[in-house]
Design a protein around this ligand. Sequence first.
Ligand code: FE2
Length: 195
Amino acid sequence: MKEHISREDAFTLLKQYNKDTFHIQHALTVEGTMKWYAKELGYSEDEEFWGIVGLLHDIDFELYPEQHCIKAPELLRAAGVGEDIIHAVCSHGYDLTVDVKPEHQMEKVLYAVDELTGLIGAAALMRPSKSVQDMEVKSVKKKYKSANFAAGCSREVIEKGADMLGWELSDLIQKTIYAMRSCEAQVQEALKQEQ
Ligand SMILES: [Fe+2]
């Protein structure tokens, strides 16, 4: 991987366009999740790069929800972000708002986990612990099947992502729970520091 924007600059850039705590939390969660997957899938040397893609993937969503993944290249280019990150960010809008297909394994993971982390996070909030630490696949699947639960998290996108990766849905859910467990405390800590 070539040189890219530093993690610190990426976080500053994210906050330039995102003020809503929920959006910052989502970005940090997807960052941590992507980093876990980089290590899990044998891309340890690109762990930070995968994380930065996760951090920046929704950069345009708060201010330009109607132009999601369409406005992102402009914002990222203005900040000097590399084309590899821009491609990855845009590819999570594949078939939704843009025609940029996820090619790299990292892009397929982003596509698959973006909505899923939202659903798992919402399911965690329903638990007494409010945490993913004691959450199991079975309880996520139950929520997943209930169409009214976290209705904004597209099951279609999640399943398409699993297909791209060639994984069973249960496997994707299990891995994503592990990924979210790995970064939960860090995300909470980072959010506290922002308040
Ligand atoms: Fe997202």
